[in-house]
Each structure stands twice: as structure tokens, then as C-alpha cells.
Ligand binder design. Structure first.
Ligand code: ZN
Length: 82
């Protein structure tokens, strides 16, 4: 079980949150020119590191706000975005 600290509500059980995926994935500047392969890469391919990952989370059962954290994918230690 993970404890995630919402910047507005404080530490809460992970069951109150919804995972939003990797943070910092930029929307294509000119999406009309992307090939199907490039679209597929934008939609489905993420870094998936063994270690620290910058993620988006939503506090669905609380304030319902989105925020970023860093989570270690090995230890599940969660900390504020850097
Ligand atoms: Zn909250």
C-alpha cells in the first residue's frame, strides 16, 4: 500500500487517487503531420524506467485536483515533484 501526499489534503491512502500516467509527455506540436507509427508512439510508448518516474495523479476521493509526484517504480516511494 502506498501513501501519497496530496499538496492540498496531505498524506492519504493510494485508494483515494487515480493514476494519470507519466508526466511531461508533450502533445505533438503539429498533430496533422504525424504518421500512424508516430501517433502510436505518442499514445502508447512511455519511458517505463526501473527507478524514479515523474507521474500525474488525481485525488479523486478528495479535492479532485491533479498534481505531479516522483515515484520510485522499485520501492514505490512517493515524493513531491522536483
Ligand atoms: Zn487532495
Amino acid at each position: 500500500m502506498m501513501i501519497i501526499t496530496c499538496p492540498w489534503c496531505g498524506p492519504r491512502n493510494e485508494t483515494e487517487f487515480h493514476y494519470g500516467g507519466e508526466a511531461g509527455v508533450a502533445y505533438p506540436a503539429d498533430p496533422g503531420v504525424l504518421s500512424d507509427e508516430e501517433w502510436g508512439r505518442f499514445l502508447f510508448v512511455r519511458s517505463n524506467p526501473k527507478g524514479v518516474l515523474h507521474e500525474r495523479w488525481s485525488h479523486n476521493a478528495g479535492c479532485r485536483r491533479w498534481f505531479s509526484v516522483h515515484r520510485d517504480t522499485v520501492t514505490h516511494e512517493v515524493g513531491p515533484a522536483r
